[in-house]
Design a protein around this ligand. Structure first.
Ligand code: SF4
Ligand code: SF4
Length: 280
């Protein structure tokens, strides 16, 4: 296994044209089935979202509250890897951190007072059915995303991911992959093990035009770099934190936090105005 720093360099060196070639070869067009936004069997939807992405969702939610929604008609979002936008919910409470995100449940144990322990990172919040809280379904049965323009990178790039150590996988199983040659020269033979992976999705195998494939490829590269920067940040910021009964601590790249997004040392207020500048 490479160091996270070495993987970050590989991510930064990814060739977007080569990623686009792989996306184009696998093929994809979203059918708006909603499977990647909903719970699976008894498992609630779990998609990692980073702290800056949560703040962006809060800002988008607040803007949706202010203008009554962002006015999408659900017809313009088929440009690769995403569900179309819908209007905002109009719910003023939607600006709370906990309405956007929840602690990633992996690693937590179920105590007498509920989940407890330490965990890493955040997941998109879910509703009572276990679906992403931003998922909406029209009367036509087609799925839509209430925060389409501000959805996290993991949603923007579904059903694809890049196979690098330190990056996260979406929920769907890997069903296809295409190897990347990477940079090649006499001194640098590239990495034949790097790959673009495709995850379970009924839209795979459909034609995608080159512009959409390149747009998706660029987002894939941004996501790989962002995930590795986050992983390095978490590793460097992590300090073991004892938890009491019913207490959950979430470690992200900005430190140890409570489920409401506030740091446990009180140094950074995460649940203030949605347009707060992110900490340096
Ligand atoms: S599973 Fe695939 S086809 Fe269905 S909504 Fe998600 S991206 Fe679109
Ligand atoms: S944020 Fe939007 S695209 Fe992402 S899982 Fe939720 S509804 Fe789906």
């Amino acid at each position: 296994m490479q160091s996270l720093e070495a993987e970050l360099e590989r991510a930064r060196a990814l060739d977007v044209r080569e990623l686009a070639d792989a996306v184009e070869a696998i093929g994809f067009e979203c059918t708006r089935c909603g499977a990647c936004c909903k719970s699976e069997a008894d498992d609630p939807h779990t998609a990692t979202v980073f702290p800056d992405e949560v703040r962006r969702l809060r800002a988008a939610s607040a803007a949706g509250d202010a203008d009554g929604g962002n006015g999408g008609d659900g017809s313009d979002g088929r440009d690769g890897g995403d569900r179309p936008e819908t209007g905002g919910s109009g719910d003023a409470d939607a600006r709370d951190w906990r309405d956007m995100a929840r602690p990633v449940p992996y690693g937590l144990t179920e105590g007498e007072d509920g989940p407890e322990g330490e965990t890493f990172e955040w997941a998109l919040q879910t509703d009572a059915c276990g679906d992403c809280v931003f998922y909406e379904e029209g009367e036509d049965g087609l799925g839509a995303c209430a925060v389409h323009e501000d959805r996290p990178l993991i949603c923007e790039t579904y059903p694809f991911s890049v196979d690098l150590d330190g990056t996260s996988q979406p929920m769907g199983e890997v069903v296809d992959s295409i190897g990347l040659k990477g940079p090649s020269s006499a001194d640098d033979p590239g990495d034949p093990e790097g790959a673009v992976r495709a995850h379970e999705c009924e839209g795979l195998g459909r034609n995608i035009d080159r512009a959409d494939a390149e747009s998706l490829a660029a987002a894939l590269k941004r996501r790989a770099v962002r995930e590795l920067e986050e992983a390095i940040g978490v590793r460097d910021a992590y300090e073991p934190t004892p938890t009491g009964p019913g207490e959950v601590v979430v470690h992200d790249s900005e430190g140890a936090k409570r489920p409401d997004g506030n740091r446990i040392d009180g140094r950074v207020e995460q649940t203030g105005a949605p347009d707060d500048d992110p900490p340096a």
